[in-house]
Ligand binder design. Structure first.
Ligand code: OXD
Ligand code: MN
Length: 592
């Protein structure tokens, strides 16, 4: 008897576990219809056409921005909502002081009440996706159910979405269940709930970014960090970049920065003219999954397939690659428009806004034309510096891990941790000024350990212990560094030019890893002296460079006091080894 070719198996028949879950959600939410996403270009074109027809999307100037569309969110729905985001573990202590917590039963009851009948008259989309290359043992799959076609279009760019992902799920019947509805987009009825013990997510009331594209922060960070601890790996808020030196060797660096601190720019850095022969390749711009490899090194994959990047500030001078990348086939959210229908944002040197991000005639008195957290969604393969190794099933080996924050003072331009355990302290102590990526006050310094404060799906104390344990098992661990591109002088002026010039700092790190670069022994770690960096062609004065590479012991004693105070919140659960590292730093500061 002839069997039908595999490809023609109807999507709902591929995985019994998925079909059963979809049916239970259909009964709860009562949609008018169910659409299983296959992930084809034809499907994307059809959905885009429908949204253009309904006015949810607007086509942009087709000559200058071919294939680009604009979406406007509701003004009450423009960023992640950390105060409405919960980790729902059976024990409150497992979620830790770093998370909002709700008991799972209570959270399910609350959410199911919101979801009941919420899709009446709407389409329920079933979005199977794979985080990471389809053939990688390190990848993990999920299914998002959503009633937003805009979310589907984003997921089609951000993940490997559709039939192949569902086929992979069908082989194990294991997947993360993500249930999402925009509801009424009412902040009073908005919650993002995570159930790591059940590998599930329920998100209601927002259609924006990390609240709604559940593969990203909810799955690839919060749920994955939990999975990673049980399985012996790390899910991190890190970009991954490959640097090819003029000698032709390529080394990879993973770097964690809080949201909207320039990860996408660093991942696609353009070498300055004064550093000929360097080439930069982007593996990922936001999330890295790190696995100890059989060779004793740490290997990284990017679970995502696209970028959901902050638009303001992007221009041909600061990052030509990023600017070129978003000139076609890009979905913009909450940017302004010029008179000839081009997207416009603050920091773009050409054109003038006539319509603001809310669709009103632009009036500078009402604030910026583009929302400060306006975004582009674009396929990673559109990046001129895209690394083909992004598709390698085992990922890329790391030579260095970098932590960073946005600090006016205290943290020098760069320093190196003494060893892995000290590096865990450096990561756990990251502090940064808040940005527009999350709702709330902008510019206040807060602790953001490993840039994971909004994203770690379990108690930070257990997370730091996991970092320490994992490091002890890796024979050839990457070196760990801390950077601060945002240090300012007494007049509030940035001391460091950033962007392409950051390569000088990254090149020093690679030389440190190779054992060929020098540094001064400071109480907080190894700091390069001005002569240790390649400064050929750098437009930074000698005094500014000295200030950038200095550490003030008085400020640092205050800083370590604050870190100690912060750690106190984690009580008995704090790993003693982390406290010992802090004590060693305090002792060095006291001696110096
Ligand atoms: C992001 C974020 O969108 O970190 O990447 O907020
Ligand atoms: Mn991010």
């Amino acid at each position: 008897m002839a069997t039908a070719p595999h490809d023609f198996t109807a999507l709902p028949q591929l995985s019994r576990a998925v079909a059963e879950w979809v049916e239970s959600v259909r009964q709860l939410t009562q949609p008018a219809q169910v659409h299983w996403c296959e992930g084809s270009q034809a499907e994307v074109r059809k959905l885009t056409g429908e949204l253009l027809a309904s006015g949810e999307l607007m086509a942009l100037n087709a000559q200058q921005f071919p294939g680009c569309n604009l979406a406007r969110s509701k003004p009450n729905d423009v960023a992640r909502v950390e105060h409405l985001t919960f980790v729902c573990t059976r024990s409150k202590d497992d979620a830790g002081p770093n998370n909002n917590w709700m008991a799972p039963d209570e959270a399910h009851a609350k959410m199911d009440g919101l979801f009941a009948g919420c899709m009446r008259g709407r389409t329920l989309y079933v979005v199977p996706y794979c985080m990471g290359p389809l053939d990688s043992p390190y990848s993990r799959c999920g299914v998002e159910i959503t009633d937003s076609a805009y979310v589907v279009l984003n997921m089609a760019i951000m993940t490997r979405m559709g039939r192949p992902a569902l086929e992979r799920i069908a082989r194990t019947e294991r997947f993360v269940k993500g249930l999402h509805s925009i509801g009424e987009i009412d902040p009073e009825r908005r919650f993002i709930m995570h159930f790591p013990e059940e590998l599930s997510i329920k998100s209601f009331g927002s259609g924006y970014g990390g609240n709604a594209l559940l593969g990203k922060k909810c799955h690839a960070l919060r749920i994955a960090s939990w999975q990673a601890r049980t399985e012996g790996w790390l899910a991190e808020h890190m970009l991954i970049v490959g640097l090819q030196s003029p000698r032709g060797e390529t080394h990879y660096i993973a770097a964690a920065f809080p949201s909207a601190c320039g990860k996408t720019n660093l991942a696609m850095l353009i070498p300055p003219d004064s550093m000929p022969g360097w080439k930069v390749f982007t593996v990922g711009d936001d999330i890295a999954w790190l696995h100890p490899g059989p060779d004793g090194r740490l290997w990284a994959i990017n679970p995502e397939a696209g970028y959901f990047g902050v638009v303001p500030g992007t221009n041909p001078e600061t990052n030509r690659n990023a600017y070129d990348m978003i000139r076609r086939d890009t979905l913009f959210t909450n940017v302004a428009l010029t008179a000839d229908n081009r997207p416009w944002w603050e920091g773009l040197k050409s054109g003038e806004p006539t319509i603001d991000w809310q669709g009103r005639p632009y009036d500078p008195k009402r604030g910026p034309a583009a929302h400060p957290n306006s975004r582009f969604t674009v396929a990673a393969k559109r990046n001129p510096s895209y690394s083909p190794h992004s598709e390698d099933p085992t990922g890329v080996p790391l030579s260095a891990i970098v932590f960073g924050g946005r600090r006016r003072e205290v943290a020098p331009l760069v320093y190196e941790a003494r060893d892995w355990a000290h590096g865990v302290l450096v990561g756990a102590s990251v502090a940064s000024e808040t940005t527009a990526a999350a709702t709330g006050q902008v510019g206040v310094v807060r602790r953001d350990p490993m840039a994971m404060q909004p994203f770690c799906g379990y108690n930070f104390a257990d997370y730091w212990r996991h970092w320490l344990d994992l490091g002890a098992k890796i024979k050839r661990p990457p070196r760990i560094f801390h950077v601060n591109w945002f240090r300012r002088d007494a007049h509030g002026k940035f001391l460091w030019p950033g962007f392409g010039e950051n390569l000088r700092v990254l090149a020093w790190m690679l030389d440190r890893s190779a054992g060929t670069a020098r540094a001064a022994d400071a109480p907080i770690g190894w700091i390069p002296r001005p002569e240790d960096l390649n400064t050929t062609g750098l437009q930074v004065g000698a005094d500014a460079l000295r200030e950038l590479l200095s550490m003030d012991p008085v400020l640092w004693r205050k800083e370590t006091g604050e870190i100690r105070e912060y750690f106190r919140r984690y009580g008995e659960r704090l790993p003693p080894a982390l406290l010992r590292e802090l004590e060693k730093t305090e002792a060095r500061l006291a001696a110096g």
